[in-house]
Ligand binder design. Structure first.
Ligand SMILES: [Zn+2]
Length: 409
C-alpha cells in the first residue's frame, strides 16, 4: 500500500492507509434482469494527508453518477432523524435567526426535513439540492428549492439575488464533496459578517473508535476531525468556533464556522482538539490499528455466516443501506450467505444490491416468516428498529451486529 494522491483541501500528499478493493456505487441497485457486466466499480481506499491531516478517499467517483434524479435516500425516512432536524431548526430560531428578516441557505436540503420547520415559521430560506426527486418532495412541502449543486458560483448567485445568509447549513453533504474548496469559498462569499456555517457529518473519531468501516463508501469522500476542519477553515478566512458531538448516523460532529475573528471559539473546540491529540487521530499508527480491526471484523463475520449456512440457518439483511455496500462487497457476502435484504424504500425493493447482488424485498416480508438471524446493516437506527421488530426476538430470532465487533444479540 504505497499509493499516494493529492489532497483535495491543501494540495499536500495523501498516503493511503486502507484498501477496500473493488466497490460498486452504494446506491446502484440493479433490476433483476440487468446486464451485470455493465456494473460500475471503482477502487475504494482511504488516505491521510501528511500536511493538513484530512482523511479522504484516494479515488473520486464522478458526482453525477451518485446524486441524480433517482437518488434514493430521504432524510425524513426516520422519525428519530426528523426530530433531530426539527430540534436544530428550533434552536437556530432562538440563537441565530433573531435579527430582522434573517436568511437561511441549506446546501443539500434533501427532502426539506430541516427547512420545513423554518419555512413554517416564516423564515426566508433557500434549499439547494442537486437530486431532483428529493428536491421535488421538498418543494411540495412549500420549501423554496433550487435544483443544483452548491458551489462557489451558486453561492455568488444566491448572494446577488437574496443577500447575505445569516446561517448556511449542510447535513451529511459537505463530506460528499471532493471540490470542497469551492464550497468554502462560496460560503465565505455568501455569509453575512456575523453569520455562521453549520455542518454535520460522520466523525472520524467515532469511525475509528467503533471500527465502523461501513461509513466509508463512494459518497463519503472526507472523514472530518476538529483539527482537519480547523485547518481547512483557515485556508478560506473562516474559523472553527464550535463543535458538538451528535449521536446520529453512528456518530457525527456538528461544526460551526464563522468568518475569521468574528466570534470567540467555545471551549468545546479546544476540548475536542485536545482529545483528538491524545487519541492520535492524525497519526498513521492509529489508522493502521483501525485497519487491523476492520480485517478482524471481516474474518469474524464471514466465519459466522459460513457456520450458520452450514447449520442450515436462514440469515437476512436488515436495511439495504449505502453502508451495507461496503460490508457485503468488502467481506464477500452474497446471496449464498445472506438470502435477502429487507428495506422499506420502495425504489430499492425487487432489485439486487450493488455488487453483491442480494435480492431486496419489502420490509413487510421480514415477518413472513421470520428468519433465524438478521444482519443489522442499519445499525445506526438499531434502537428504532429493535423496538419496531420486537416480534422477531419473541419468535426466537437473533440480531447479528458487526461494529465495533461481530456479536449476536
Ligand atoms: Zn491536506
Amino acid at each position: 500500500m504505497s499509493s499516494t494522491s493529492q489532497c483535495r483541501v491543501c494540495g499536500g500528499t495523501v498516503n493511503e492507509f486502507f484498501d477496500f478493493g473493488r466497490q460498486p456505487l452504494s446506491d446502484a441497485f440493479l433490476e433483476p434482469d440487468a446486464d451485470l457486466d455493465g456494473e460500475f466499480f471503482f477502487r475504494l481506499a482511504t488516505g491521510l494527508c501528511a500536511d493538513c491531516t484530512m482523511v479522504q478517499l484516494m479515488e473520486e467517483v464522478p458526482r453525477d453518477r451518485m446524486f441524480h434524479e433517482a437518488y434514493p435516500y430521504h432524510s425524513s425516512g426516520s422519525a428519530y432523524m426528523r426530530s433531530h432536524f426539527e430540534g436544530l431548526a428550533k434552536r437556530l430560531l432562538t440563537t441565530e435567526l433573531t435579527g430582522d428578516d434573517p436568511f437561511v441557505v441549506e446546501a443539500g436540503c434533501n427532502d426539506g426535513v430541516m427547512l420545513r420547520t423554518l419555512a413554517e415559521s416564516g423564515v426566508r430560506h433557500l434549499g439547494v439540492e442537486p437530486s431532483g426527486g428529493v428536491a421535488d418532495v421538498a418543494a411540495a412541502k412549500g420549501i423554496r428549492v433550487r435544483k443544483s449543486f452548491f458551489e462557489e458560483s451558486t453561492a455568488r448567485e444566491i448572494r446577488a439575488a437574496d443577500g447575505p445568509a445569516d446561517v448556511i447549513y449542510a447535513a451529511n453533504t459537505l463530506c460528499h464533496i471532493p471540490y470542497i474548496g469551492s464550497i468554502l469559498t462560496g460560503v465565505r462569499a455568501l455569509l453575512a459578517p456575523t453569520g455562521v456555517f453549520v455542518f454535520e457529518d460522520p466523525y472520524l473519531g467515532d469511525i475509528v473508535e467503533r471500527a465502523s468501516f461501513d461509513q466509508i463508501y463512494d459518497e463519503h469522500f472526507f472523514f472530518f476531525t476538529a483539527r482537519s476542519v480547523q485547518e481547512m477553515a483557515q485556508r478560506h478566512d473562516l474559523e472553527l468556533v464550535d463543535v458538538e458531538r451528535l449521536p446520529v448516523h453512528g456518530g457525527e460532529v456538528r461544526y460551526t464556522l464563522a468568518i475569521a475573528g468574528a466570534r470567540t471559539p467555545t471551549p468545546a473546540v479546544a476540548d475536542l482538539l485536545a482529545e483528538e491529540r491524545a487519541r492520535g487521530l492524525a497519526d498513521r499508527a492509529t489508522l493502521d490499528g483501525f485497519g487491523e480491526r476492520v480485517l478482524r471484523i471481516r474474518d469474524d463475520l464471514t466465519a459466522l455466516l459460513r457456520r450458520l449456512r452450514a447449520e442450515g440457518k436462514r440469515v437476512v439483511g436488515y436495511g439495504a443501506t449505502a453502508k451495507s455496500a461496503t460490508v457485503t462487497n468488502f467481506c464477500g457476502i452474497g446471496p449464498d450467505l445472506v438470502s435477502t435484504v429487507v428495506d422499506t424504500t420502495r425504489a430499492k425493493q425487487n432489485r439486487l444490491t450493488p455488487g453483491a447482488h442480494i435480492p431486496v424485498v419489502d420490509a413487510a416480508a421480514f415477518a413472513d416468516p421470520y428468519p433465524d438471524y438478521a444482519l443489522l446493516f442499519a445499525w445506526n437506527h438499531a434502537d428504532e428498529i429493535q423496538a419496531k421488530e420486537q416480534g422477531f426476538r419473541a419468535a426466537g430470532g437473533r440480531w447479528i451486529r458487526y461494529v465495533p465487533e461481530v456479536r449476536i444479540d
